[in-house]
Ligand binder design. Structure first.
Ligand SMILES: Nc1ncnc2c1ncn2[C@@H]1O[C@H](COP(=O)(O)OP(=O)(O)OP(=O)(O)O)[C@@H](O)[C@H]1O
Ligand SMILES: O=P(O)(O)OC[C@H]1O[C@H](OP(=O)(O)OP(=O)(O)O)[C@H](O)[C@@H]1O
Length: 296
């Protein structure tokens, strides 16, 4: 029922990990195969495309759903529904940026310091032009097909490009003077498919599974044992999303509590629980964390 375009290249490895973590393993004969399958009811066709093409093939209806970069959604101006966002980049679990950069020894500290007619190399001519228009500066946009840093100084004076770690800019002696926007990976849907009741259901379920697999590992499950005597204080120290899991195997006086909390809060919460009188605290990793927005 649903066809899916997955990103080839920079966004591919983490996309495949995320789909696998959600139980939506993508099977294909080899990494060079651009067709795959996902064993999930309603997912009929899976293909790999360049992220820059995905917004357009989703807009046209060639695919119902696609995972691409927010930069290409904006650059193409494709009419698609953004269903979910995931802030990862090629190498990190953080969003990347589109920036304006100049040679390190340039005196400019912002776009306003660049001369009218400045030559700007970019793979994002629409975003680049709009940025200069909004800044009230006239720029000559030079379309680049990659290795954009190399265009300076022969073809361009500045560039608008993707920055993740900043390594490429440093290696080419360039310096950021403006951040144009931050970008993450986006799950986008064809508007007609999203309006169709059956397809929308599958799209929403896939998005929910991916989101659950995205947030799950950032959380932990705590299992806490306490004596009935310390229950009130220990329960108070439990995370917001907690429940009573049972009593001790042989000792009715032992209460077992469980709760979910962000992994970053773990050290502090363990300290507080033990100080409140907990007998022990066990932490387990979480794969999927799925919940209804408003539980009954
Ligand atoms: N470190 C990074 N370098 C390049 N692109 C990145 C990085 N992190 C995230 N991205 C995003 O990955 C996507 C790359 O898509 P694009 O269609 O431009 O393919 P590409 O230029 O051939 O690059 P690649 O094949 O390496 O993915 C873009 O949305 C881009 O912003
Ligand atoms: O900040 P960084 O971590 O260095 O990542 C950003 C760099 O990676 C991308 O280039 P890519 O390797 O995809 O080659 P390309 O320039 O030919 O697109 C992008 O165009 C930047 O050059």
């Amino acid at each position: 029922m649903i066809s899916l375009a997955l990103p080839k290249g920079s966004l591919e490895r983490r996309a495949l990990q995320l789909f696998a973590a959600a139980g939506l393993d993508v099977r294909r004969s080899s990494e060079r195969s651009y067709r795959g399958t996902i064993d999930y009811a309603g997912m009929t066709r899976v293909a790999f495309y360049k992220p820059r093409e995905i917004p357009l093939v989703v807009e046209s209806g060639s695919f119902d759903l696609g995972l691409t970069g927010a930069d290409w959604v904006e650059e193409t101006g494709a009419k698609v529904e953004v269903v979910e966002s995931f802030d990862y980049s090629r190498n990190t679990e953080k969003p990347w940026r589109l920036v304006l950069a100049v040679p390190a020894d340039h005196l400019a500290t912002g776009v306003g310091d660049l001369d009218d007619g400045v030559r700007v190399a970019t793979e994002y001519p629409n975003i680049g032009r709009r940025f200069f228009q909004t800044a009230g500066r006239r720029a000559e946009v030079i379309v680049s097909y990659g290795a954009t840093e190399a265009k300076i100084p022969e073809l361009a004076d500045a560039l608008v490009d993707v920055v993740e770690t900043g390594h490429s800019l440093r290696q080419n002696n360039l310096r950021i003077i403006e951040t144009i926007r931050t970008c993450g990976a986006q799950l986008v849907a064809n508007p007609a498919a999203y309006a169709d009741k059956g397809k929308r259901g599958v799209i929403r379920n896939v998005a929910r599974l991916l989101q659950a697999a995205w947030v799950g590992p950032a959380h932990v499950l705590l299992t806490v044992r306490t004596s009935a005597e310390h229950l009130t204080e220990v329960a108070r120290a439990m995370p917001g999303q907690s429940w009573r899991a049972g009593t001790g195997l042989t000792d009715e006086n032992i209460v077992v509590l469980q709760g979910v909390l962000p992994r970053r809060d773990l050290p502090q919460t363990v300290d507080v629980l033990l100080s409140a009188g907990a007998l022990d605290v066990t932490e387990s990793g979480i794969g999927i964390l799925a919940s209804n927005p408003s539980p009954a």
